[in-house]
Design a protein around this ligand. Structure first.
Ligand code: PMP
Ligand code: GLN
Length: 390
């Protein structure tokens, strides 16, 4: 009898993540890595020092409390109040996780019964599909389509995607990989739909501080949404410490309690000393957050202009540190093949957006470049990419 393969059916469609594959390709070929989204400069020195201090002082070196250290839970609640006027009880309505990745996994494992449907904006961050699958759910993509230079949500399609089996909408704004920031009206329409159909909404807000055009408004701030929304964020992008893996979930005690039930059996706890450092980071003055945004805005301009000059069609992102491009003006149609050849042609690595689609054909010509890199690195990448135009 033929032996069953080790990987179960739920996960067999998911190979190695594109981020690991493309970062390995960058290392192997010595290319500039504009693929995986991580900064090439660490975050604030005083926050790094805060982590060192916590480690030296013996804070967090043993298992921290399951829901997260009180200092961090309080800092998260303060941040939500100060930024968005949202009030959460640090003891019952805040849960610290191993990055947003665990928050997403625990939320889906907690809320879904097998067969439940999850409506998510396509293209979507790759862990969504895998986690929906692990939870036995069914993903129902709603495709963002290019309209006048940005990828937009069709609200009628969203409405049509909801069925009696829909358990939740998984929303990501600012959106990776397109850089779309949903407008106030779009969010209001999502909120209305969720109320009308009595749905939960899980919002992935890891790029909340990286909005260049418009403003970030958490869905939980809309009328009637606090009680049905689980808001997820993390320190990785906001403070440029993606390796620390400190994330969090906020919501009602009932919802957060459900997520905690799953989370306790995934990691139980993580990132002890880093939790203290992130508590300090969240309390940094506005000048830090403004500086981060200004720095990345300048880099967005540098890379967007360079990519356009190199012949790409550029979708200038309103948020995140990613630029989605269309490679068709370069005479290409397959983003995958383009990305695999790019190290050889130009010494640069990018990510094919098709991997974030169920409808692969819809994503085929799109390629994502990250701009969370040093100015000189972006300048060198741009000069290499211009060779493609010639
Ligand atoms: N959601 C989105 C949209 C992301 O781009 C990422 C990658 N940073 C994550 C979640 C995961 O965040 P973390 O590194 O905190 O697990
Ligand atoms: N969020 C990052 C990106 O989209 C990568 C995270 C990862 O490597 N899993 O590039």
């Amino acid at each position: 009898m033929e032996r069953r393969p080790p990987l179960n059916r739920r996960l067999s469609e998911f190979g190695t993540t594109i981020f690991a594959e493309m970062s390995a390709l960058a290392t192997r070929t010595g290319s500039i890595n504009l693929g995986q989204g991580f900064p090439d400069t660490d975050g604030p020195e005083e926050i790094r020092e805060a982590a060192v201090r916590a480690l030296r002082d013996g804070r967090g070196n043993q298992y921290p409390p399951g829901p997260g250290v009180p200092e961090l839970r309080t800092a998260i609640a303060d941040h939500q109040r100060r930024r968005y006027g949202l009030s959460y009880d640090p003891d019952r309505e805040v849960l610290v996780t191993a990055g947003a990745t665990e928050a997403i996994a625990a939320t889906l494992l907690a809320l879904l019964e097998p067969g439940d449907e999850v409506v998510a904006l396509e293209p979507y961050y790759d862990s969504y599909a895998a986690c929906v699958a692990m939870a036995g759910g069914r993903r129902v993509p709603v495709t963002l389509r290019p309209v006048d230079g940005s990828f937009r949500l069709d609200l009628d399609e969203l409405r049509d995607a909801v069925t009696d089996r829909t358990r939740l909408i998984l929303l990501n704004t600012p959106h990776n990989p397109t850089g779309t920031v949903l407008t106030h009206d779009e969010l209001a329409a999502v909120a209305e739909l969720a109320r009308e159909r009595d749905l939960y909404v899980v919002t992935d807000e890891v790029y909340e501080h990286l909005v260049f055009d418009g403003a970030h408004t958490p869905l939980a701030a809309f009328p009637g949404m606090r009680e049905r929304t689980l808001s997820i964020s993390s320190a990785g992008k906001t403070f440029s410490f993606t390796g620390w893996k400190v994330g969090w979930v906020t919501g009602t005690p009932e919802l957060v309690g459900a997520v905690r039930s799953a989370k306790q059996f995934l990691t139980f706890v993580s990132s002890g000393p880093f939790q203290y450092a992130v508590a300090e980071a969240l309390a940094l003055p506005d000048v830090y957050f403004d500086g981060l945004r200004a720095d990345l805005l300048a880099k967005r301009e540098l890379l967007a202009t360079g990519l356009a000059e190199a012949g790409f069609e550029v979708y200038r992102p309103a948020g995140t540190y990613f630029i989605t491009t269309d490679v068709r003006p370069l005479g290409e149609s397959d983003g995958f093949a383009f990305c695999r050849a790019l190290p050889g042609r130009a010494g640069v690595v990018a990510i094919p957006n098709a991997v974030f689609y169920d409808h692969r054909d819809q994503g085929a010509p799109f390629v994502r470049f990250a701009f969370c890199k040093k100015t000189e690195v972006l300048e060198e990448a741009v000069s290499r990419l211009k060779a493609l135009a010639g």
